[in-house]
Write a protein that binds this ligand. Sequence first.
Ligand code: DX5
Ligand code: ZN
Length: 218
Amino acid sequence: MKQVSPSILASDMLNLGNEIKKIENSGAKYVHIDIMDGCFVPNISFGMPIISAVRKCTDLVLDVHAMIVQPQRYIEEFIKCGADIVTFHIEASNDEDIRASIDLIKSLGKKVGLSIKPKTPAEAVIPYVNDIDMVLVMTVEPGFGGQKFMGETMEKVTEIRDYANKIGKELDIEVDGGINNDTIKIAADAGANIFVLGTGFFKSEEPLTAEQILSKTE
Ligand code: DX5
Ligand code: ZN
C-alpha cells in the first residue's frame, strides 16, 4: 500500500503540535522522525523527547529513521518513546548487531526497517530482506532536508523490489530525500511505495492532501 510519510525535520518546531495536526488533516498516516547524532551524519536533529512529544499528540504511525552510529544502543528507548517503525542504517553497525537489532525490534512487536545510503549497493541489504518489513533507500546523502533527488538510486529500488517479488516477500520500500510532485512518480515507477516528504510537504506553496500527493504516482 502506498503511503506518504511527512518528515518533521522541515516542520516549524515551535509549533510542532499544529504541524502534526497538519499531517493528520492531510490524510497521511505516517510521521517521519529523523534522528541524527552529528556522527553518522554531519548534523544533529533531535531525539527521544521529540518522539515522546509526538506520540502524546497523535495516533499516527511514528516512522523513526535513526541516522546514528551503533543504533542498537537506543532501539529499546525509541520504542519506549513510541516508535512504531524503527529504521536504522546498515552502514552503522556490523552483521551481528544488525541481526540482533532486527530481532529486538520484532520481539517488541514493532516494524523494522533497514536503510542504505546512496553509495551503498542493494546487495548489502538483500541478505536481510526476508527478515524485515521495510527497506529505506536514501535518495540524497542523509543529514539534511531540502537536497536534490538522486535519480541514480532508482536502480537499487528496482533491484530490491524484484528480489522481494522473487522470494514472495511483502516488503515496503521507502524513499527519502528530494521527493516532490515530479520525483515521486519516478520513485513509484521504480518500485517504492512509501514516500518521505519534508520540504515537499511542509514548505510547499500549495499544500496537498496525501491523496493528491499519491495521485502524482499514477
Ligand atoms: C535527510 C532525512 C530526510 C529529510 C528529507 O537525511 O532523512 O527525511 O527530512 O527532507 P526533504 O524531503 O526536504 O528532502
Ligand atoms: Zn529520513
